[in-house]
Design a protein around this ligand. Structure first.
Ligand code: GAR
Length: 214
């Protein structure tokens, strides 16, 4: 399975995916990394692992659609079986989602459907939530609204701020993203008209609790 990963920043999830592929925990290889931002740390992870990578700077395009078409063109030569958004901070249009729907995953730092969009950890703290977390989901045209696959819950501690919470949530992300990627690469996970399915069974509306699988 050829995996393409799209990033915008530190790329710690990308690194977890690269490591899981090289350790044999994912039946696939990261064939290409694209970043919309030059100079980010995630590109160094790709370089260190000898993985082809490119910057497609969104600021060079007049519209979201034109940028998305450039992404599609850049991905074409690697013929990705799976496209993974890992901290990719651009809203995608149907120009991109259409060609990859069903093989496009995202990770979002909240327990979806809570807190789509930005500043998820601060919003969980402000709401007085007892827990935060992260969710891997299939990408559809609804922002952070595609069918969830798996989530990890992280208890909120009394002294937490958004940064401390983000660090603990990310540590769980590095477990659940490789898990979901392996489900997909091994043919167990699919997006159907009824939603996400694992081993043929439709998943619960919020996805599966990672604690049952890790
Ligand atoms: C991750 O925590 C991911 O959940 C979040 O960005 C971080 C990227 O970290 N994604 C979003 O907020 C998407 N809306 P990383 O670059 O170290 O993988």
């Amino acid at each position: 399975m050829n995996i393409a990963v799209l990033i915008s920043g530190a790329g710690s999830n990308l690194k977890a995916l690269i490591d899981a592929c090289s350790d044999g925990h994912i039946d696939g290889r990261v064939a290409l990394v694209l970043s919309n931002r030059p100079g980010v740390e995630g590109l160094r992870h790709a370089d260190s692992a000898g993985i082809a990578n490119r910057v497609i700077d969104h600021r060079a395009y007049a519209s979201r659609e034109a940028f998305d078409c450039a992404l599609v063109d850049a991905l074409a030569p690697c013929k990705p079986d799976l496209v993974i958004l890992a901290g990719f901070m651009r809203i995608l249009t149907p120009e991109f989602i259409g060609p990859f729907e069903g093989r496009l995953l995202n990770i979002h730092p909240s327990l979806l459907p809570k807190y789509p969009g930005l500043n998820t950890h601060q919003r969980a703290l402000d709401a007085g939530d007892a827990e935060a977390g992260s969710t891997v989901h299939f990408v559809t045209e609804e922002l952070d609204g595609g069918p969830p696959v798996v989530f990890a819950r992280v208890p909120i501690d009394p002294g937490d701020d958004a940064d401390s919470l983000a660090r603990r949530v990310q540590a769980r992300e590095h477990q659940i993203y490789p898990l979901a990627a392996q489900w997909y690469c091994s043919g167990r996970l699919a997006l159907t008209n009824d939603g996400a399915r694992l081993d043929g069974r439709v998943l619960p509306a919020g996805g599966l609790d990672a604690d049952d699988y890790l």
